[in-house]
Design a protein around this ligand. Sequence first.
Ligand code: ADP
Ligand code: MG
Length: 246
Amino acid sequence: MNNLLKVKNINKSYGDLKVLQDVSLKINKGEIVTLLGPSGSGKTTLFKIAAGLIKQDEGEVIVDKSSRIGYVFQEPRLLPWRKIKENFNFVQRNFMSKEQAKKLMAELLKLTNLENIIDSYPEKLSGGMKQRVEILKALSINPNLLIMDEPLKSVDTQTEVNLRKMLLNIHTKKNIDIFMITHDPEEAALLSDRIYVLSDRPGKIVKEFKIDKDKEDRTLKDDQVYDTINEIIDIFMELVKDYNWV
Ligand code: ADP
Ligand code: MG
């Protein structure tokens, strides 16, 4: 099967609050796929359902048996009382031998440019570093699919550019596919093969975009990137046009 992960007809409410409505999407081998939606549209809810942390009311999550998934949560989950390297040993010990773990870690530290912070405690790190550490932690189980909830949120532009480059390297050099959640049309259009656009709450998929332009060679000036961003903004404008602004 070509789908690493499939989400089918998901509905979810918290009490009377309907959050997700009939959401279906899939991630194929070789892809970076983004779920893009405004704040409060149910993105983290879908992430948690995909990760098996909460249960949907209706619908299915189908994980292919070839899939090994690394999760990057929206809130950092490093243990503050452990040094960075101890945070990893802690995650890895259930998945591989000590030798394998050591070899993989050396490779990942290089890939994420984190070789110098391995002996620090989490609180010493900047926001961008913390985010890289979270990604490194997810990679430390040697996944073939990385699922990330807003990995580039609240970092400055330079850090965002660096992180984007890093994610592309992870994808192209390690053949790790990516399912990423974001609220940022630029980020989505610069990185993704496909973008699912979620409406505001209750979140339903209102459009799917496909971008063919080589991911390693994109800029905001590329026609396809530019047009996609504008179309997404138009969709969001349309969704809010009946709001009663006060
Ligand atoms: P997003 O990640 O797109 O910002 P969330 O999935 O976090 O959206 O939240 C969607 C909506 O569901 C929000 O209105 C939020 O307040 C609400 N919500 C999220 N988690 C819970 C919960 N455990 N109980 C009740 N409401 C929740
Ligand atoms: Mg969220």
